[in-house]
Design a protein around this ligand. Structure first.
Ligand code: GAR
Length: 194
């Protein structure tokens, strides 16, 4: 099985990044973590990369709130290529990607989102599901395009919404599902490219 080189991008806590790095360490995910990059200088995801001795970098995002400045996005492409990345893994990366990244890594950028897409795109999707009175939600891994939380779906995992759930209890249950699903999907992609 070929070992895919992963470039993990995230803006926050990094629990999905940790799940991926743990799966690599455990030998259940035949991939290499080439680099972890964040648009937030003090994001815990960068500490997790350091804990696992994975090269890591802060990428100053520029003046926009929801995307990268085009020259910054081109710099991101260069960093990922220099690191030997085959597959770009968004793990809580809160910016939409545009042409420089999408053209450099066609169908080689994936994202995880905490809902059963196409339902509940955007921020805090588990809260949206709770507010809508759903009884089931979940998480989705999908290929990335230039729209928010949009693109061909690769896999989904359902999670029940219990009658006395708070946003916090539901989010915790969805994240447990994410931490199982994301490494498993990446392992499937590794198997396909072997
Ligand atoms: C995850 O729940 C992920 O699904 C979500 O951000 C969280 C990051 O958590 N992503 C999105 O909402 C993308 N629209 P983590 O930093 O602990 O992995």
């Amino acid at each position: 099985m070929k070992s895919l080189g992963l470039g993990i991008l995230g803006s926050g806590r990094g629990s999905n990044c940790r799940a991926i790095l743990e799966a690599i360490r455990a030998g259940t995910l035949p991939a290499r973590a080439c680099v972890v990059i964040s648009d937030v200088i003090d994001a815990p995801i960068l500490d997790i990369a350091r804990e696992f001795s994975v090269p890591n970098a802060y990428l100053p995002p520029g003046q926009f709130r929801t995307r990268l400045e085009p020259n910054v996005e081109s710099e991101l492409v260069r960093m990922l290529r220099d690191a030997g990345v085959d597959l770009v893994v968004l793990a809580g990366f809160m910016r939409v990607l545009k042409a420089p990244m999408l053209e450099a890594f066609p169908r080689r950028i994936i994202n995880i989102h905490p809902s059963l897409l196409p339902k509940f795109q955007g921020l805090q999707a588990w809260k949206q599901a709770l507010a809508a009175g759903e009884t089931v939600t979940g998480c989705t891994v999908h290929y990335v395009d230039d729209k928010i939380d949009h693109g061909d779906i690769i896999a989904q995992r359902q999670v029940p919404i219990l009658p006395n759930d708070s946003a916090e209890t539901l989010h915790a249950r969805v994240q447990i599902a994410e931490h199982e699903l994301y490494p498993a999907v990446i392992a499937q992609l590794c198997a396909k490219t072997s």
